[in-house]
Design a protein around this ligand. Structure first.
Ligand SMILES: [Zn+2]
Length: 255
């Protein structure tokens, strides 16, 4: 069985062919799909999706760094209420994004640190968005606030040194479609760090793996990422399945 540790399958683009998406997901042997929240506007869709199949879909709760704007304190208050009132498997997705917009970098840092604090209060792991900010986040998690349950650097996109640092801190690297892209440096990095702290993800509907690059991603494509890892590590596919599923369970306590 496979676990997609990061998927926005509740997004509107899946509604027209939802049943087929779900069938393909099950056919691909993806047995758990972890759904990270984005902000207050995604709460309802997230909830609706979990209700469709509570055994398959496991929700997280958090405020995404790209949704940290002028009103971020109001957003955080909504997220906090949900997080402490209901059951979630992790705090996510949270982090810092320096790719799209640096205007709110200070607020992004504050929101991230605040939410790591909540994860600690609830003893939950975190799902981290670290686009163009891997080193900043490593620094915060080492020197400002330690997350007791650790978590996943989702869609890891850092250097080999950063990958080694993250692993030594006890976190996992979330590996998705990017690893299948031509010219990706990720396969070389993964060969160096090994499979012991890797988990699979899709980040659907974004970053679809080859041969679907540029199209809508979906959780069934987790198996294409697993296939790529089997190729990188030159091991049978079932070994990648077993190892990454065990890793996902050790971070998130899925079963
Ligand atoms: Zn995401």
């Amino acid at each position: 069985m496979l676990v997609d540790t990061h998927s926005h399958l509740y997004e509107e683009s899946f509604l027209p062919d939802w049943d087929e998406v779900l069938v393909r997901c099950k056919q691909a042997n993806v047995k758990k799909v972890l759904l990270p929240n984005v902000d207050s506007s995604t709460l309802q869709a997230l909830k609706n999706t979990v209700e469709k199949d509570p055994d398959l879909f496991i929700p997280m709760m958090g405020l995404h760094p790209c949704s940290v704007k002028e009103n971020y304190l109001d957003e955080l208050a909504v997220i906090k209420e949900k997080l402490f009132a209901e059951k979630y498997i992790a705090v996510g997705e949270i982090g810092i994004d320096l790719y799209w917009d640096k205007t709110f970098i200070d607020q992004q840092k504050t929101a991230f640190i605040t939410q790591v604090g909540w994860a600690n209060e609830l003893s939950l792991p975190i799902s981290i968005h670290s686009r163009e900010s891997t080193s900043v986040i490593i620094e915060i998690l080492k020197n400002t606030i330690i997350c007791s349950r650790k978590g996943v650097f989702h869609c890891f996109g850092g250097t080999l040194e950063e990958a080694k640092e993250i692993i030594s801190m006890g976190y996992c690297l979330g590996i998705g479609g990017v690893v299948t892209f031509k010219n990706s440096t990720l396969p070389g990095i993964l060969k160096e760090v090994g499979v012991d702290q890797l988990v699979l993800e899709t980040d659907s509907p974004y970053l679809a793996p080859t041969p679907y690059r540029g199209k809508r991603n979906e959780s069934s494509y987790t198996n294409l990422v697993a296939l790529k890892l089997a190729d990188i590590f030159q091991v049978p596919l079932h070994e990648i399945e077993e190892k990454t599923t065990a890793n996902a369970h050790s971070v998130f306590k899925l079963f």
